[in-house]
Design a protein around this ligand. Structure first.
Ligand code: FAD
Length: 401
């Protein structure tokens, strides 16, 4: 059987690896660039792996499976792809997302430590926290090395015989079955089945999902501190909505990368037309969105970032994975909408994708992904316009509403 995997980012490369283990399968992976390139949704040197689920505790089985497949990937490759330093989840007492996180830890048995404001201040003096601040220390949380993960997984897949086509954007997916035809600058090839996992480009490559999945451009800012050693010992952290933000210290512990939530991302209906370089007023406006973090939460940071970069991600209206057959051709599986949390579960999702394309079912029943309520509505799929996302709200601590 010949199977194509279109897009070799966080998800596609994991599916490629899983498929490469199957006897009798000839698997071909196509990427517009190459596995581990920095320009899509997997760039920026770090991703959080947290064991708690802040929005929907019933999502836990996917995180649990991911932890197992991550271990297998690291064992098989001999590479350390996650630094298991723990992750701090912050909020205020009574915060609904923190309550979900605690419930998810209860279900999974993930080890946690509860930290009140005094314990937080003692342990992590970099944070300026309000009186009602509470923290959950996710003991087995980790920082993922995303580019290295993609490169390493592609290497394992290639060693198993997978064919990797770099710098080969797929320009057309022919849906007239049986099977599927894939067109690149080298011509059109026929495959029995295909997985499409093009991240933020998926709604452009598969317009049939445009009413369910939108693309966004995300900005990461890297800050040093004013005082030289101020960030030493700072943990990777995630702050629950409504003051959603996250930060990951650089490996040398001298700087931190910060990010915001969905409502602050740049709207687009077509990721291939996105302006990626920020300058002038656009840069100034983007930096302003982060001011509250420096002013109200991490006061020791330098005023301006020393590095700015943009990435692309796809979001479903529920904020949970879209893993479904193409509505016009069952031989094509569309995997998109990883909604800002896809890296931590990518190895499990790749496994599920491979099982679905091989047999139509997966060992882990993912029916629960369809049960979640919408966090936003798509108003104009051509422009990518949506309503406000009610789940991933980012606002300054002193802002009302
Ligand atoms: C800034 C940022 C921070 C994040 N933080 C976290 C985090 O802390 N923890 C976490 O778990 N998740 C996080 N995420 C989410 C996670 O990184 C994504 O969910 C994940 O990368 C999505 O994987 P993907 O395979 O769908 O897309 P991508 O990783 O973007 O891969 C898509 C691939 O498709 C290729 N492609 C596109 N078009 C074509 C085409 N026509 N033909 C061939 N190839 C094509 C691209 O080149 C790319 O390699 C973050 C995302 C971003 C952007």
């Amino acid at each position: 059987m010949r199977i194509a995997v279109v897009g070799l980012g966080a998800i596609g490369v994991q599916a490629l690896w899983q498929l490469s283990k199957h006897e009798g399968v000839e698997v071909h992976g196509f990427d517009a660039a190459y596995p581990g390139h920095p320009e899509a949704g997997s760039g920026g040197e770090s991703r959080l792996f947290w064991n708690l689920e802040l929005a929907e505790p019933s999502y836990v089985p996917l995180i649990e499976r991911a932890a197992i497949v991550w271990d297998a990937l690291e064992r098989e490759s001999g590479a350390q792809l996650r630094d298991r330093s723990g992750v701090l989840v912050l909020g205020e007492s009574g915060n609904a997302q923190l309550a979900n996180g605690l419930e998810s830890a209860r279900r999974s048995g993930a080890p946690i430590e509860l930290l009140d404001r005094h314990a937080l201040r003692r342990r992590f003096p970099q944070f300026d926290l309000q009186d009602d601040a509470v923290g959950v220390w996710d003991v087995e949380g980790a920082v993922i090395r995303p580019e290295q993960t993609n490169v390493t997984t592609a290497r394992l897949a290639a060693a198993n015989g997978a064919n990797i086509h770099e710098f080969t954007p797929v320009s057309d997916i022919g849906l007239e079955g049986p099977g599927v035809s894939i067109t690149t600058r080298h011509g059109t090839e026929h495959f029995d089945r295909a997985i499409v996992a093009c991240g933020g480009w998926t709604p452009t490559v598969v317009p049939a999902i445009k009413e369910e999945v939108v693309a966004r451009r995300l900005t990461s800012l890297w800050f040093t501190s004013v005082e030289d050693d101020h960030l030493a010992g700072m943990p990777p952290f995630l702050r629950a909505a409504p003051h959603y933000t996250y930060g990951i210290p650089t490996k040398d512990g001298r700087a931190v990368k910060l990010g915001l939530g969905f409502n602050d991302h740049f709207v687009t209906g077509d990721a291939s037309k996105l302006p990626r370089r920020l300058e002038g007023e656009a840069l100034e406006n983007e930096i302003k969105k982060f001011d509250w973090i420096r002013e109200q939460m991490l006061p020791g940071l330098a005023k301006r970032p020393y590095r700015v970069a943009t990435y692309v991600e796809s979001y479903t209206t529920t904020m949970f994975e879209h893993i479904k057959p193409h509505p016009e051709n069952e031989d094509v599986l569309v995997m998109a909408g990883f909604s800002g949390h896809g890296f931590r579960v990518a190895p499990a999702v790749g496994e599920i994708g491979a099982q679905l394309i091989m047999s139509g079912k997966s060992e882990l029943d993912i029916g629960f992904l369809d049960a979640y309520p919408k966090a936003f509505e798509i108003l104009d799929s051509f422009e990518g316009l949506t309503t406000h996302n009610s789940v991933m709200t980012t606002r300054g601590i002193n802002e009302g509403g």
